[in-house]
Design a protein around this ligand. Sequence first.
Ligand SMILES: [Zn+2]
Ligand SMILES: [Zn+2]
Length: 60
Amino acid sequence: MEGDGERLRQRGRGTWFDRCGELAITEHNNPKCDTCARGGSCGLDCTVSRLLCPKCGATA
Ligand SMILES: [Zn+2]
Ligand SMILES: [Zn+2]
């Protein structure tokens, strides 16, 4: 049994897909990293705090 963290993959900034192919729901409750806080972009979705697949229920 693999961990749910292995199941979810990022496809571009702010877009995550579960391994089952469903677009995951994201919650953005984390603070921005230093780069983003200064108005830059780290290229990562650094504010994502939680991911949920509405189809199979996987979370990360
Ligand atoms: Zn960032
Ligand atoms: Zn899924």
